[in-house]
Each structure stands twice: as structure tokens, then as C-alpha cells.
Design a protein around this ligand. Structure first.
Ligand SMILES: Cc1cc2nc3c(=O)[nH]c(=O)nc-3n(C[C@H](O)[C@H](O)[C@H](O)COP(=O)(O)OP(=O)(O)OC[C@H]3O[C@@H](n4cnc5c(N)ncnc54)[C@H](O)[C@@H]3O)c2cc1C
Length: 393
């Protein structure tokens, strides 16, 4: 290997997981624009526990869950049962601190935003310096990433708060092991809302949508009689997928900035760390075989194109169709499937969960599909052309 220094831009889960891995074999320097690691937090923190095992990490966990109940405002619902507490809410700032503590010697420059990058030179507000290998892990903004790999992520905006409520509405989780997801177009027109128990009467409540998210967030809190404490949130990448994830032989992009997400939910913590694992393993492989950094990046890019890109693209299209449905077919689907309990195995595999729901009630599958197809045929041409663009981009 012809290099011994790596510069990472962004200290979120993707950048820090990579730092943890590469600090075993290289000098690692990180630039993070925020002044305090992990703050402000902007995420619900839900992950599949088994995926943490695959990544070999044990970050602090706030609570764990066995059930995910999907409901509309009328109470038509379907419950996915993971048969054990398989989903965890990780403590997001805690995850960042855990990863940096696990890393070897790393130079962490907090409060320093990278303004520009290219031709081996990195610029912040206060300095310019050279880099041998630069990894962009800047999250959903993807400002620097787009300079190297032109792509257009699909976004929604998420807002949430940690709050208390004593309401007994059937929208509330029935136990501390149940996550409630509200799919109702009167609330979120193109995404969904969530209520996740943290402790007795304490919940993380949020909503994501493409327009007027703040107004809808206030409405949601009113419905469940909850107070608004300090809200947090941000842009959620829900799809798109760049053609490649490396450039110029010494730049690679990981995490949200390269579209490593689950488009159905916008979850990107695990996918981001997996992208870091994929990249670090390509670099270990190159070191072992005496290959160059360019070869390592080619391996990472090939793995991305072979295993990730098309899956993310297909799920982006499926997610796009699901989230643009108007209320009729959504609540029809929920009514038809109402009160069905479905056993599932993997929180990260949404396609499997949906298929299991349909296998449980095969007779309603056709009716749900019919309802969806007839609604799609009434969708404005603009939306259809957006969908086609999304699928073939
Ligand atoms: C409301 C909401 C709820 C969510 N809930 C979940 C969930 O339950 N489960 C899940 O898996 N995912 C969830 N996500 C998505 C999840 O937050 C992201 O997928 C994940 O954080 C991506 O990690 P990352 O390291 O790639 O990027 P980030 O976590 O965004 O980290 C990027 C870091 O780079 C820094 N940075 C950016 N630009 C620069 C620059 N130019 N110079 C220096 N530093 C820079 C940023 O300050 C940031 O710290 C949620 C997102 C939102 C907004």
C-alpha cells in the first residue's frame, strides 16, 4: 500500500466506524463541523440488534422492542412481531462516543467545516492542507460528495422530540416493547410518523414529510396530547443511488452522503457503518496483497455496484410508490390487513416483512394490489414521470 494517512470528513456513525477500523493500520484525521461530538443529535436511533453484532459493536442502548404496529388514525392496524426484542434504540450521541473510544489514535478536529476538497488539497475556514486519501462521510447534505459523484438524493424532512404523555389513545404503544408507526395521509402526506417508548410515559415522537413538516409535527403532538420539548431532526435520505462511490483514485464516499440507506424508512445508521466496513475491508485486502490505494477503492466501488446500488434503487422506487399513495389505498390496505399479527425475523429486511404479511392473508393480497393499482392509475402524470426517472436514474 502506497499511503499511510487518511482524512475523514464527518464524525457521524459512518465516519467514526471507518476511523475505528482504519486506525488499526493508518494515521487517521477527522474533520467535524460541529463543536461537540454527537451533538446536536438528529435521529431516532432505531437499529436491528443483530446488525450491531455483525458490525462487532456494543454501543449504549436506551430501549429494545419486539413489536412494530403500523396504524392509521382510525386504528386500522397490522402488527409485526419479531418474536424477541430484536430492535434497539441506540443512544445516538452515545454511539458516536463509543466509536471514538474504540478507535486507536485518531486526530479529531471538532468545529472545523471542510469547505472544499480536490486535487489532494483540503480547505477549511482556517487552513489548507494536503491529503493522501479523503473519505467523505458528511451525511445527508452530500455537498462535497456531489462534487465528485454527481447524484440527486431523494429527501424528506424529519422532526421529533422526546416527550411525555399520559393519553390512552389507541395510537399509543401498548407496551414498552412496541413501536407505533402512523401511516395516514391526513398527517404525513408522503411519509409517516412514529411513537417510540423510551421509559414510563416517555416517548420519542416524530414525523417526516416532504412539505410543512413542522405544522404536521405540532398536529401530531396535539393528537397524542404531548408537550413539545426541544425538537431535533433534519434531512432524511430516502433513496437515489449514485453510479459510483469513488473518484480520482484517492476519494471515496460513504454513508448517507453516498445513499447507503433503507429507502422505506430512511434508516441509515447500519447501512452507513456497513459502507465503512466494506471500504475498510477493501483497504485491508489491498494491504495484504500489496496493492495500491487505487485498487482498494476500485474494490469498494465494485462491491457497491454489485451488492448495493441496484437494491437501493429498486427499494427507492418501491418506497416512492408506497409513499405517494393517497389515503384510499393506504387505509384500504390497512383495513384489509387489520388486526393481523405477522412474525418477522429481520428489522432491516422490509421486503421480507411485507411479503410475510401477504403470505399470512394471501386472499387479501390481490385486493390490496388491486386497490393500489387503481389508485396509481389516477396519479398525476408529473408523479408518474418522477417515478420513472427515479427507477431508471
Ligand atoms: C429525524 C430523523 C430520524 C432518523 N431515524 C433513524 C433511525 O431510527 N434509524 C436509522 O438507522 N437512521 C435514522 N435516521 C437516519 C440517520 O440519522 C442517518 O442515516 C445516519 O446518521 C447517517 O450517518 P452518517 O455518518 O452517514 O451521517 P451523519 O450522521 O449525518 O454524520 C455526518 C457528520 O458530518 C458532519 N459534516 C457534514 N458536512 C461537513 C463538512 N463539510 N465538514 C466537516 N463535517 C461535516 C456533520 O456535522 C455530521 O456530524 C434518521 C434521520 C433523521 C433526520
Amino acid at each position: 500500500m502506497n499511503i499511510s494517512n487518511v482524512t475523514i470528513i464527518g464524525a457521524g456513525p459512518s465516519g467514526l466506524y471507518l476511523a475505528r477500523e482504519l486506525s488499526k493500520v493508518m494515521n487517521v484525521k477527522i474533520f467535524e463541523e460541529d463543536r461537540v461530538l454527537g451533538m446536536p443529535p438528529h435521529c431516532t436511533g432505531l437499529v436491528n440488534l443483530d446488525s450491531l453484532k455483525v458490525l462487532g459493536i456494543t454501543p449504549p442502548i436506551i430501549n429494545t422492542y419486539r413489536y412494530v404496529r403500523i396504524t392509521d388514525l382510525e386504528g386500522n392496524d397490522i402488527t409485526f412481531d419479531f418474536r424477541r426484542r430484536a430492535i434497539a434504540m441506540v443512544d445516538r450521541p452515545g454511539l458516536e462516543h463509543y466509536l471514538i473510544d474504540e478507535a486507536g489514535s485518531v486526530t479529531l478536529n471538532l468545529g472545523e467545516r471542510v469547505m472544499d476538497l480536490g486535487n489532494g488539497v483540503l480547505t477549511t475556514r482556517s487552513r489548507q492542507e494536503t491529503y493522501e486519501l479523503a473519505i467523505i462521510a458528511e451525511g445527508s447534505s452530500a455537498v462535497l460528495a456531489k462534487k465528485f459523484i454527481p447524484w440527486q438524493p431523494n429527501y424528506v424532512y424529519g422532526v421529533q422530540t422526546d416527550t411525555k404523555t399520559y393519553t390512552t389513545s389507541n395510537l399509543m404503544p401498548r407496551g414498552d416493547d412496541e413501536i407505533v408507526v402512523i401511516f395516514d395521509r391526513r398527517l404525513s402526506s408522503h411519509y409517516f410518523a412514529w411513537i417510540v417508548p423510551k421509559d414510563y410515559y416517555e416517548f420519542r415522537v416524530g414525523i417526516a414529510d416532504d412539505l410543512n413538516t413542522w405544522v404536521k409535527f405540532t398536529e401530531l403532538l396535539k393528537i397524542i396530547e404531548a408537550e413539545r420539548y426541544k425538537p431535533f431532526g433534519g434531512r432524511i435520505v430516502i433513496g437515489g443511488a449514485p453510479e459510483r462511490v469513488t473518484a480520482m483514485g484517492n476519494v471515496a464516499v460513504i454513508g448517507d452522503a453516498a445513499g447507503f440507506v433503507k429507502p422505506m424508512t430512511g434508516g441509515g445508521i447500519i447501512m452507513g457503518m456497513l459502507s465503512a466496513k466494506l471500504l475498510s475491508e477493501s483497504i485491508y485486502g489491498a494491504i495484504k496483497e500489496g496493492l495500491s490505494i487505487n485498487d482498494a477503492l476500485q474494490m469498494y466501488d465494485m462491491a457497491y455496484r454489485k451488492f448495493i446500488k441496484n437494491r437501493v434503487k429498486a427499494l427507492s422506487a418501491a418506497s416512492y410508490v408506497l409513499h405517494m399513495l393517497i389515503n384510499n389505498s393506504l387505509s384500504n390496505a390497512l383495513k384489509l390487513m387489520s388486526k393481523v399479527d405477522v412474525e418477522v425475523y429481520d428489522y432491516d429486511d422490509h421486503v421480507n416483512a411485507i411479503m410475510r404479511a401477504f403470505v399470512k392473508r394471501p386472499s387479501v393480497f390481490a385486493r390490496v394490489m388491486y386497490s393500489i393499482m387503481s389508485e396509481l392509475s389516477f396519479i398525476e402524470p408529473r408523479r408518474i414521470s418522477e417515478l420513472i426517472k427515479n427507477v431508471f436514474r
